[in-house]
Design a protein around this ligand. Structure first.
Ligand code: TNX
Length: 531
């Protein structure tokens, strides 16, 4: 009788070991095979890092320590001893780009990536495993994982113009993206309400255009109240942030908002704007916020700015915007009208297209490719290399693909995190009330509208956080970002057939929210506790 009871107890406890090993990974990997048991991280653990990934050594050591409480000894190059966590780059391995395998066994742990980024993705999985709620601290469950992303472009945009976020805040933001295997940070550096990047050839863009409030040229809007408000990044700051991101496998795509949304530019250098016979307002009610397309010197100025951008940012793309241009302004500008007459244009979209074709050439001259908001599709053709950001809705993404452009799906209706999360909460409302479940429901590939070949032009998916409403002295940007970015990361990374809200919600609430808390993020809870 006693023996029977003992057997039952053993059986039940082994069941609970199996059950206790839920890994709760976000984004969900492609393939996970678990066996019972776990690798116990020795207190003198070694992490050996492949030479090709050595620039991430500091980050790897630090985040491993934060996560496990164990300080690893790092060595660069191969180590085949026991009790070692090996991070290996194997360019010949048979997984798609950014993919990895992870094996945790009695003898040790091996993360193999096809590239530096692949290794980092595997390392993120390892960190998440050791911090799953059901996993005993200091252990990593035995597992074999094979994993790779659905999309090559997994991005997030932050608007630092409407509100300024200092470089440490931006660095934190980037490290949180990396923890979700997101690989692109889209830095919205300029807009009507502040120019945030030092440009040596145009110093007043920051000495004047980065500030608003009493005694400044920019109006005291968006939370500055009656105080002087603003800030900018020096070129040294920018280099520091770019290096920080690269260490974490994140590339930075900078944006320069042209030709609209440029009040900060004309406030600093009034001659850049049009001399108009009549004043017109932009969608957001701004005046004088458009570059004059008829002023030839403006193209030289932009050449100089784009040159400095291209030297600061190693990434292939520069985002040249093109959204919500107050084109009516050009109708009242004699210089712009002269260009229209000369080129035989009948509408201002053609003039906008003329502008972007010239900008594309400048961007190319500096060995970069252009990216822009979906409005730049209007008025004529562009270089087929130019990447389109479909923000106004999926149909704009379809149009972009049909025109042969690489396309990023970033629909305001699903992935704009400036939108309020419920009727009661703070935020924009023009696109949708967007809670985490709604974000998760977004499917970036409209299969019924595109052929299999065309679908390949959808390079990925992005979120955006515009900052008009982030003017409150709380950590509202974090509240707006998480856990919605966790949902976005799964859309961007995981297989479509694995998508399942209930399953995601389970992983999120069982383990992942605690991970966000451990990263120091003031996220929005279920149910919400703030605002
Ligand atoms: C539209 S999205 C804008 C931004 C605003 C945003 C607010 C886009 C390319 N332009 O200037 O901040 O709506 O949701």
């Amino acid at each position: 009788m006693k023996k029977k009871l003992l057997l039952i107890v053993i059986f039940l406890s082994s069941m609970s070991v199996l059950k206790a090993q839920k890994l709760d990974l976000i984004p969900r990997p492609v393939k996970v095979e678990q066996t019972s048991g776990a690798f116990v991280i020795p207190s003198l653990v070694h992490i050996s890092i492949d030479k090709k990934a050595q620039k991430s050594a500091g980050y790897i050591a630090d985040s491993f320590f934060k996560n496990t409480g164990i300080n690893p000894k790092i060595s660069i190059g191969k180590r085949n001893q026991k009790n070692t966590i090996r991070l290996v780059v194997d360019q010949k391995m048979n997984v798609p780009n950014d993919g990895y395998t992870l094996s945790v066994a009695k003898t040790g742990v091996v993360v193999k990536g096809k590239s530096h980024n692949g290794v980092l993705n595997g390392f993120q999985t390892l960190l998440q495993m050791s911090s799953a709620k059901d996993v005993k601290k200091g252990t990593i469950p035995f597992v074999k994982i094979e994993d790779y992303p659905r999309f090559e472009w997994r991005g997030m945009m932050l608007d630092v113009s409407r509100q300024f976020f200092d470089k440490e805040t931006v660095k934190n933001y980037i490290s949180w993206l990396a923890a979700h295997k997101m690989n692109i940070f889209h830095w919205h550096l300029t807009d009507d309400n502040g120019w945030r990047i030092e440009i040596k050839s145009m110093p007043d863009l920051t000495s004047k255009g980065a500030w608003r409030g009493p005694g400044e040229v920019l109006l005291p809007s968006y939370g500055s109240g009656d105080k002087r408000y603003g800030g900018f990044y020096t070129q040294e700051d920018i280099k520091e942030v770019v290096a920080f991101a690269a260490e974490r496998g994140v590339s930075i795509m900078p944006e320069i908002e042209i030709p609209g949304h440029s009040r900060a530019v004309t406030a600093s250098y009034p001659e850049i704007g049009c001399v108009t016979t009549q004043e017109t307002k932009s969608v957001q009610g701004e005046v004088k916020n458009v570059w004059c397309v008829g002023r030839e010197e403006n193209f030289e100025i932009l050449d100089g700015i784009i040159k400095e951008y291209s030297e600061l940012f190693p990434f292939d793309y520069i985002h040249i915007a093109g959204d919500e241009v107050n084109r009516a302004n050009w109708e009242h500008c004699p210089k712009c009208k002269a260009v229209m007459a000369k080129e035989g244009y009948t509408d201002t979209f053609q003039l906008q297209n003329y502008f972007f074709r010239r900008i594309e050439k400048i961007v190319e001259k500096y060995d970069k490719k252009s990216a822009g908001w979906n409005e730049i599709l209007k008025g004529g053709e562009l270089s087929p290399k130019t990447e389109i950001f479909a923000w106004q809705g999926v149909s704009y993404g379809i149009e972009s693909v049909k025109k042969g452009h690489p396309t990023i799906m970033i629909p305001g209706q699903y992935t704009y995190f400036d939108m309020a999360q419920s009727e009661e909460e703070r935020g924009h409302r023009w696109a949708a009330i967007t809670d985490t479940k709604r974000v998760y429901s977004f499917e970036p590939v409209p299969e019924n509208d595109l052929s299999v070949e065309e679908q390949k032009l959808i390079k990925g998916v992005q979120g955006a956080l515009w900052s008009e409403y982030l003017d409150v002295p709380t950590r509202f940007m974090e509240y707006q970002s998480y856990p919605r970015i966790a949902a976005l990361s799964e859309i961007a990374w995981s297989k479509k057939e694995h998508k399942n809200w209930d399953d995601f919600y389970g992983r999120l609430t069982n383990s992942h929210l605690q991970r966000l808390a451990d990263l120091g993020i003031a996220f929005r809870d279920f149910p919400p506790t703030a605002i």
